[in-house]
Design a protein around this ligand. Structure first.
Ligand SMILES: *[C@@H]1O[C@H](CO)[C@@H](O)[C@H](O)[C@H]1NC(C)=O
Ligand SMILES: *[C@@H]1O[C@H](CO)[C@@H](O)[C@H](O)[C@H]1NC(C)=O
Ligand SMILES: *[C@@H]1O[C@H](CO)[C@@H](O)[C@H](O)[C@H]1NC(C)=O
Ligand SMILES: CC(=O)N[C@H]1CO[C@H](CO)[C@@H](O)[C@@H]1O
Length: 118
């Protein structure tokens, strides 16, 4: 019983509808806890899109990970984006200590018709 519940959770955690944005967006930066990028839409034109990272990322004990509604920005700061890799300094525990952690955001953020989403 315990095994099957864990298996279902593992499957759910690995499944994201959004399948990458970095190949169709450029000029990315992180500002005010949001990912901002110029993303190509179906007309082939670029739209400046903005997505709050709290909607897409989670801090699990200092490790920045994909997680819908994870509110990672409540406990992470100093975020940067290089390509699709988002790196932040995240709180580890109750000590106020931070660790630098990265996530491949292509795993959970996509470009839907010029709009970033997760
Ligand atoms: C694509 O983006 C451009 C610039 O933001 C906008 O004017 C145009 O309406 C968009 N096209 C579609 C199909 O969303
Ligand atoms: C641009 O992206 C924003 C989301 O950040 C979206 O609300 C808006 O509709 C998009 N505009 C176009 C023209 O695609
Ligand atoms: C993109 O947005 C335009 C304007 O809102 C819409 O007409 C078009 O069907 C959309 N394309 C896709 C692939 O969603
Ligand atoms: C959702 C979650 O796991 N958030 C954690 C982020 O990291 C801080 C520090 O370890 C925890 O206190 C949060 O619970």
């Amino acid at each position: 019983m315990r095994f099957s519940i864990a298996a279902v959770f593992a499957l759910a955690a690995g499944t994201y509808a959004a399948d990458g944005w970095a190949n169709s967006c450029g000029g990315q930066k992180i500002q005010g806890g949001s990912l901002i990028a110029n993303c190509i839409n179906s007309s082939g034109l670029t739209n400046q899109s903005q997505l709050p990272l709290n909607a897409c990322l989670v801090n699990r004990s200092g490790s920045l990970q994909c997680g819908l509604g994870g509110k990672a920005m409540d406990t992470c700061n100093n975020c940067k984006v290089t390509g699709a890799t988002i790196t932040c300094d995240c709180l580890v525990g109750g000590t106020g200590k931070r660790t630098t952690s990265s996530v491949d955001s292509n795993r959970c953020i996509g470009n839907r018709n010029g709009s970033l989403w997760c």
